[in-house]
Design a protein around this ligand. Structure first.
Ligand code: KIV
Ligand code: ZN
Length: 522
């Protein structure tokens, strides 16, 4: 079943949200997610009202194929898309992966710009036109919901782009996507590009036109909205703007811009905006990608008012400095939750309120960690519970686990870490003297596991305020050209650092097929 525009007053201004966090977002260096994490993200997107979830690139690896298939099987309302290059094997694999969805979509793409044709594809324009007809026809014979994308469309001469889109439509594509693959467009130009395509391409009134903007110049959201203004009715975006290089257009920004400025942009989406803050947290934890503090809509400071004048105004009337309410994006007051006397039922209730439904084992493990935290920390806040559960889900199935750690640190003296790790079920004990405690911990882990990843980033932040706040540690590692991130939250900073490092290390051990990755460009 395909989504087709039906020109009625009620839906001609409806913008379909196509989320590609699990595909374009996951391509971001260090943002690899496990199957469990992908399923958690997909569920949050589906519950939030995302129209189309691009769940991955099935030919890239067995893991990607399984993730797309499983997301498809579990989908409730969203259309599930699988990406495919303009290669018959890719298209067949994508078709197979989305087969179990209530509604599946094959999304196939080919480069159209002269620079890609000459240097990447080594094909002539005529050859690309033939490829479009053949591959879209193949996809359409497998499924009736086919999206075709012109990679690097914004650097493609307009006449050739029109011809490509025309052939894709003629071969049966139901959505035509015009990616700004390299983030080169500016809004006015993007508006004109969509206007021209929609007007000139034969059959253009029978398909949905789609924007897909990258943020290299910080213009992804502005360009997407310009596309909508010109007639595009699908926007491709990611939670937190996750994506390669500077990322993709941020879903939460597009949705809230359309909602808050409906006076200037009279279009609507189906997104339940009160889910945005939680979706942002889930994606940030799953991809191990911190959200910048001043990120619009979902950053820690997005609704914080620091200056005296602003605070004074806010106390008198929130509208003085707030154009949307924190509640409208799902940000609640941080609430004090339970202490060490709280039982299982209360903890389960709190998890439900925070949007978590854990299986029996995961619940039991989370409860044990909650009790441990409540023993050590006077006040346990919602944010602590979110950090704890996200951490738990993120570390399920780890091959390297921390069994025991002791760190000794003396002014001007030794910084020693004694550590026991379980590596594939076997205990390994090591001692390492470092130039500081963290250096000792990280080197002890490397020694125990016997591999030498390069530390790209190490950062620590407080989950809430106060000296007893949990420390949230972030680690990014690189090995053999692969970058992964790790995250952990603990009341003790050194313990959080060790666990974040291990979390990243475990991700390095998750195999990911390289077959098709090199061919992806944003
Ligand atoms: O940016 C891009 O061109 C893409 C395509 C694969 C749609 O992500
Ligand atoms: Zn892209």
């Amino acid at each position: 079943m395909s989504i087709q525009p039906v020109e009625t007053p009620s839906n001609k201004d409806r913008v379909y949200i196509f989320d590609t966090t699990l595909r374009d977002g996951e391509q971001s260096p260090g943002a690899t997610m496990t199957l469990e994490e992908k399923l958690q993200v997909a569920e949050a997107l589906d519950d939030m009202g995302v129209d189309i979830i691009e769940a991955g690139f099935p030919i890239a690896s067995i893991g990607d194929f399984e993730a797309v298939s499983e997301v498809a099987r579990r989908s409730k309302n969203a259309v599930i898309a699988g990406l495919a290059r303009a290669i018959p094997a890719d298209i067949a694999r994508a078709g197979e992966a989305v087969r179990h969805a209530r509604q599946g979509r094959i999304h196939t793409f080919v480069s159209t710009s002269p620079i890609h044709l000459a240097h990447q594809m080594r094909k002539t324009g005529e050859e690309v036109l033939e490829i479009i007809t053949a591959t879209v026809t193949q996809a359409r014979n497998l499924i009736d919901n086919v999206e075709w994308s012109a990679m690097d469309a914004t650097r493609t001469p307009i006449d050739f782009l029109c011809r490509c889109a025309e052939l894709a439509i003629r071969a049966g594509a139901t959505t035509i996507n015009i990616p700004d693959t390299v983030g080169y467009a500016v809004p006015e130009e993007h508006y004109q590009l969509f206007g021209t395509l929609i007007e000139r391409v034969p059959g253009g009134d029978k398909v949905i036109w789609s924007t897909h903007c990258h943020n290299d110049l910080g213009l992804a959201v502005a360009n997407s909205l310009a596309g909508v203004r010109a007639g595009a009715r699908q926007v491709e975006c990611t939670i937190n703007g996750l994506g390669e290089r500077a990322g993709n257009a941020a879903l939460e920004e597009i949705v809230m811009a359309l909602r808050t400025r409906a006076d200037a942009m009279p279009y609507h989406t189906n997104i339940e905006t009160t889910h945005l803050a939680r979706a942002s947290k889930i994606v940030s934890a799953a991809a191990n990608f911190p959200v910048q503090y001043n990120k619009a809509i979902v950053g820690k400071n997005a609704f914080a008012h620091e200056s005296g004048i602003h605070q004074d105004g806010m106390l008198k009337n929130a509208e003085t400095y707030e154009i949307m309410t924190p509640a409208s994006v799902g940000i609640k007051e941080t609430t004090l939750v339970m202490g060490k006397h709280s039982g299982r039922a209360a903890f389960k209730d709190k998890l439900r309120e925070l949007g978590y439904e854990l299986g029996d084992n995961a619940f039991q493990e989370a409860f044990v960690r909650f009790k441990d935290l409540a023993d050590r920390k006077k006040h346990v806040y919602d944010a602590d519970i979110v950090a704890l559960v996200d951490d738990e889900v993120g570390s399920a199935g780890d091959r390297i686990k921390l069994v025991d750690m002791e760190v000794v640190s003396k002014t001007g003296g030794v910084h020693r870490c004694d550590m026991t790790l379980s590596v594939d079920g076997e205990d390994v004990s090591v001692t390492y003297d470092g130039t500081g405690s963290v250096d000792a911990i990280f080197n002890a882990i490397k020694q125990a596991v016997g591999k030498e990843p390069h530390l790209v980033l190490y950062a620590v932040d407080g989950v809430t305020g106060g000296t007893d706040a949990q420390a949230s540690a972030h680690v990014r590692l690189e090995m053999n050209g692969r970058i992964v991130s790790g995250n952990a939250a603990e009341p003790d900073t050194l313990m959080a650092s060790a666990r974040a490092y291990l979390n990243a290390y475990n991700r390095l051990l998750i195999e990911r097929g390289a077959a098709a990755q090199g061919a992806l460009a944003g």
